[in-house]
Design a protein around this ligand. Sequence first.
Ligand code: F6P
Ligand code: MN
Length: 311
Amino acid sequence: MKYADICLRFCMVPLRKYLESCGCDPDLIALIRLIARQMDPIRKAFLENQTYEYSLNASGELQAQMDTWADAHLIRVVGESGLVRELASEEQEHIIRFDNSRREYAMVMDPLDGSSLISTNLAVGTIVGIYEKGGVLQPGSKLKAAFYTLFGPLTVLVVSVGKGVQSFAWDSESEHYVMLRESFTVPEGKQYGTGGVRNEWLPAHTKIIEFFDKEGFKVRYSGSFVADCHQLLVYGGIYSYPGSAKSPTGKLRLLFEANPLGYIIIQAGGRITDGEKNILDIIPEKPHQKTPIYIGSKGIIEKIEEIYSLS
Ligand code: F6P
Ligand code: MN
């Protein structure tokens, strides 16, 4: 079936048309669509790349074959695009510079978030943040666009260019993304997920979890940040990965995980905090900087900040 036919068949807006209707720079549209299209080869590569490497990334985590495959693939494609001046990847120790690029976009990415779940065939995805210019060490509030993809039954792309949040699904027949949902508002759901080890939590985090349990919240935690955030985008609630005495800044990375998802969830009316402040206001000092994270429904995040302020 032809691309035009599929749009007619489903009355769905294609990704390109949607981005054009937002008034995005044509090069930004080209960059988002270019990366989004790589989800097809990335999805296909899972079958032959099911194992884990004997290597560690810059944060000391075991790399899956797919982590390094997706990372190398995206670096090559982004480099060849001529659109990106600086690229920081969760799988690369150092910032990559493309000095000959014709545009100055700066891009941060987690090529495959949740990769410890590959061997369990649960949902994983790619996270991307794009700054217009000025390098990758900028606060998340300066992002021009952010998106993530999720490999579930569908390959879904969730994007914000500062005009709310929209989702698109990859149609493998027409080889285009078509709109699934034109807007999201994070509801005040009653579910939570928390990382870390209970007997290592700091007192404020323990109080927060006690509060959720008292209020009858359900537990939802898959081990894939991008999948858990997608769930709270739809149903509300929160995802958290707190700091601990052993690891005061927690596990998640400011640039590659917290900022792009925070940008998207705030665009959908939700919030993100490290317990004390909006994570998007943090000025990064280094690419692999970590932060404690609470992300989700506005009312719950306000309650969490209140508990922190009293602890
Ligand atoms: O990238 C970090 C990550 O894999 C997240 O996707 C996920 O939420 C978290 O780590 C899981 O960590 P843990 O296995 O400690 O619960
Ligand atoms: Mn990750």
